[in-house]
Write a protein that binds this ligand. Structure first.
Ligand code: KG4
Ligand code: ZN
Length: 338
């Protein structure tokens, strides 16, 4: 099927044209980073307004870049949750109106299902696999048995990993979003003997906690003479990233082993992290576990990823009705019940 896919769950307006849930003909992202940066985080009301402003021209551009016209489209895919309600509603309302006008089906897709299935735009990873969704809102591990089939294995009990990156960056006065900035700084600095706690690392479950790690960073920073110099900021960034990478890699690989899953897919914005990718490669250089990452453009929020599950659902006769609503909170395990 030839689908138009839309993503407006947070601070990126994204539109893509994808054939058969696999071939990306266009994948355009309009970032709102500049809009939210001065507030140090996403302001929901501003996000919705910007989505509304850019969605029409963005869709035109996506169609143009893909070289397709309206009549070629066979369906519309849209993120319907979880995310910011007002932001999601822009995409959902657009998708409904667009599908209605063209007389084609549309479907609401779970944002985290899209992140995890984004890997299929690049390669076929055999089921079952362990899907690790590591983003600004999620640090959740699932056993994935197919599209629509997820069992929760563990999750963060407080902050998501990306949220911790963003908050620590804010403490260091580094700007928003913090993940890519800390990643870059960590690459150029050594943690030395600075070591932050690894919460829940030795706990016998697959849950995570990043709030205590973040507080430990704050306590450390506050004890230093202010303002911090570049070397100190770099060292903190590096030591913090080390702690996050340690916890994520060790716990994800342990969960895979305990669940007898030989394949792991790491997805979401934090999966762009170069230290995380490197450590996974080192830890799996020997042994049978294989770790897959979509390329960075497909790890962060984008619309092409929305088309993967949507194509599957639509071609299996499942579609949304005009009563589709945006859902801010939606457990992935319930994705196939609706
Ligand atoms: O998946 P995503 O684009 O949006 C959500 O669904 O949340 O993830 C955004 C999160 C932000 O917290 C951002 O700081 C983090 O991903 N992130 C990174 C990197 N790139 C983005 N975290 C660590 N290292 C990176 N290179
Ligand atoms: Zn996301």
């Amino acid at each position: 099927m030839l689908l138009l896919a839309l993503e407006t769950s947070c601070d990126e307006t994204a539109a893509a044209v994808v054939r058969d849930g696999r071939e990306v003909l266009s994948n355009i992202i309009s970032s709102q980073i500049d809009l939210h940066a001065i507030y140090g985080g996403v302001v929901p009301e501003l996000a919705s307004r910007r989505h509304l402003e850019v969605i029409n021209p963005l869709v035109d551009e996506a169609l143009q870049q893909a070289g397709v016209c309206l009549a070629d489209l066979e369906g519309v895919a849209v993120t319907s949750g979880p995310g910011l309600t007002g932001a999601l509603l822009v995409g959902v309302s657009f998708a409904k109106a667009f599908a209605y006008a063209l007389g084609i089906p549309f479907i609401g897709v779970h944002h985290i299902e899209a992140h995890i299935q984004a890997i299929r735009l690049e390669q076929d990873v055999l089921y079952p696999f362990l899907g690790a969704a590591v983003s600004g809102g999620h640090t959740h591990l699932y056993r994935v048995d197919g599209i629509g089939s997820y069992r929760l294995l563990g999750r963060t009990i407080d902050d998501a990993a990306g949220e911790a990156f963003d908050k620590v960056a804010k403490m260091l006065g580094l700007g928003y979003p913090g993940g890519p900035i800390i990643d870059k700084l960590a690459a150029g600095h050594d943690a030395g003997n600075l070591k932050f706690p690894r919460p829940l690392l030795n706990r016998d479950n697959h849950d995570f906690s990043f709030s205590g790690m973040k507080t430990a960073v704050l306590n450390y920073i506050q004890k230093l003479p202010q303002p911090l110099n570049e070397q100190q900021i770099g060292q903190v960034a590096s030591a913090f990233q080390e702690a996050v990478v340690d916890v994520l890699t060790i716990k994800i690989l342990r969960a895979a082993e305990q669940e007898a899953l030989e394949r792991v897919v790491v997805a979401g914005g934090v999966a762009c992290n170069s230290g995380l990718r490197r450590r996974f490669a080192e830890l799996t250089a020997v042994g049978t576990t294989r770790v897959f990452f979509p390329r960075p453009l497909l790890c962060a929020d984008n619309a092409a990823m929305i088309a993967v599950a949507a194509d599957y659902y639509l071609s299996h006769g499942k579609e949304s009705g005009f009563d589709l609503n945006a859902v801010s909170s939606w457990p992935l395990e319930q994705v196939n019940l609706g």
